[in-house]
Design a protein. Sequence first.
Length: 249
Amino acid sequence: MNKAAATLEAKYRRSRQWNIVLAVVAVFLGVVVTAQLLPDQSPTTAAPGGEEAPTAQDQGDGEAVELDFVRRDADDPMSLGDVDAPVVMTEWVDMRCPFCALYSRDTLPILIEEYVDTGKVRLEFHDVVFYGDDSERAAVAARAAGKQDKYVEYITAVYDVAPEGGHPDMPREDLIDFAEEAGVPDMDQFIEDLDDPEILEEVQASSQSAQQLGVNAVPFFVAGNTALSGAQPVDVFRDFLDEAIEEAE
């Protein structure tokens, strides 16, 4: 890792304690929001006999259910891995986030090799707009690439050339260049989809949902009952995923 990247990671690691606090808050909010969508369930009340009432992750018969942002759709272009993997790791990303790029370059390939390719973990991506109109346009472009099954390739192309600090501009011509780099097969369709109001609405709805769940930093991850924030070292992700897999089993 070069000096600039090491400095960036060191800065983030110094803020890790604060990120953990944010993660705990976000998971709590996620449980609250999800529980509100399920009838007769509350994360804060006790059932008769002193036992805890079912939460968003436990039906009344004891059968586990997943939080509502876990999709497990076999045709989902914003995902990697077996739809029936024991664990889904959800990641919220912004196309202009330098820490998302750092994670994508240094950590994600290792996690894919060790967890996704081995069938242990499925990855599902959610876009969230933190850095203005350029972030929104880039999220639309990534989803447009996803319509041609190139979502992951697209965000990888964006992050591979991202600067190690700051938030890069995302002019339309760059968004088109990223699509070509990602191997999007029908470029005319991709360019048309950049102006698709339905895709824009999907991006805006995803961002609103993330805010309601308490996701206030990126990259942000949830696996099982635990959240993690930031471009942490790979061993932190190994511990994070191993714990989720153990709980799932």
